[in-house]
Design a protein around this ligand. Structure first.
Ligand code: GTP
Ligand code: MG
Length: 205
């Protein structure tokens, strides 16, 4: 997919503030610091589009980026940032949960998982929460440049064997590195193919 134009549209505090133009949305969620903003920047080839940081807790609002006036990429605040106050953590979780569950335009919720780690309860519980609400989910493993290919395969196996306790059919997944641009074409092709299938669906109505 060739992206010609990317525009930051707005940052919102709640779903009522989000853009109202009903374009399809691809949303990115995951633990704070997992690499959501970096991944969006990789997809659109612009390192400065979404602010990133080596410290967790950088993205604190719902950020809408419009691609070629066709669809949105949505960068969300992360969950599980240990140093945030309980009040703040609950505020962000509520904001994100409300946005994701009430939205009528999210076509895929990408849940990002740090490929270096053993399965984390918090990731599994968010996957289960949104899965039970029938939100279409794909998994994106991040930071694959940090471990070797043997460990990548091992960690993915371990992750899916843990997930199989609650999922009969696991979500489709992608392996990425925003540093090395691994997985960029897979993800952009996937987004493009979902976008085309929606367009065709709309035409056939
Ligand atoms: P919050 O907004 O705080 O929730 O974090 P985030 O999930 O948006 O993470 P962000 O993109 O800000 O990245 C966090 C840190 O991880 C930064 O220091 C990035 O440079 C680093 N990072 C992100 N993706 C990768 C990757 O694929 N490989 C490596 N090595 N580092 C990465
Ligand atoms: Mg971020």
């Amino acid at each position: 997919m060739l992206i010609k134009n990317i525009e930051f549209i707005k940052s919102s505090n709640s779903i009522v503030e989000c853009p109202k133009d009903k374009l399809p949305e691809f949303a990115f969620l995951g633990r704070s610091n997992v690499g959501k903003s970096s991944l969006i920047n990789m997809i659109v080839n612009n390192k400065k589009l979404s602010k990133t940081s080596s410290k967790p807790g950088k993205t604190r609002l719902i950020n809408h980026f419009r691609v070629d006036k066709k669809f949105y990429l949505v960068d969300l605040p992360g969950y599980g940032w240990a140093k945030a106050s309980k009040v703040d953590r609950e505020k962000w979780d509520k904001m994100v949960k409300e946005y994701v569950t009430k939205s009528k335009v999210i076509v895929v919720l990408f849940i990002l998982i740090d490929i270096r780690l053993k399965p984390q309860d918090i990731d599994i519980s968010f996957l289960n929460y949104y899965g039970k609400k029938n939100i279409p989910i794909n998994i994106i493993f991040t930071k694959c440049d940090k471990i070797n290919s043997q460990n990548i395969n091992k960690n993915i196996d371990t992750f899916f064997s843990e997930l199989s306790k609650s999922w009969s059919e696991p979500p489709e997944y992608f392996i990425t590195s925003s540093i090395k641009k691994t997985g960029k074409d897979d993800i952009t092709d996937h987004i493009e193919s979902i976008y085309s299938s929606i367009k065709n669906y709309e035409k056939n109505l």
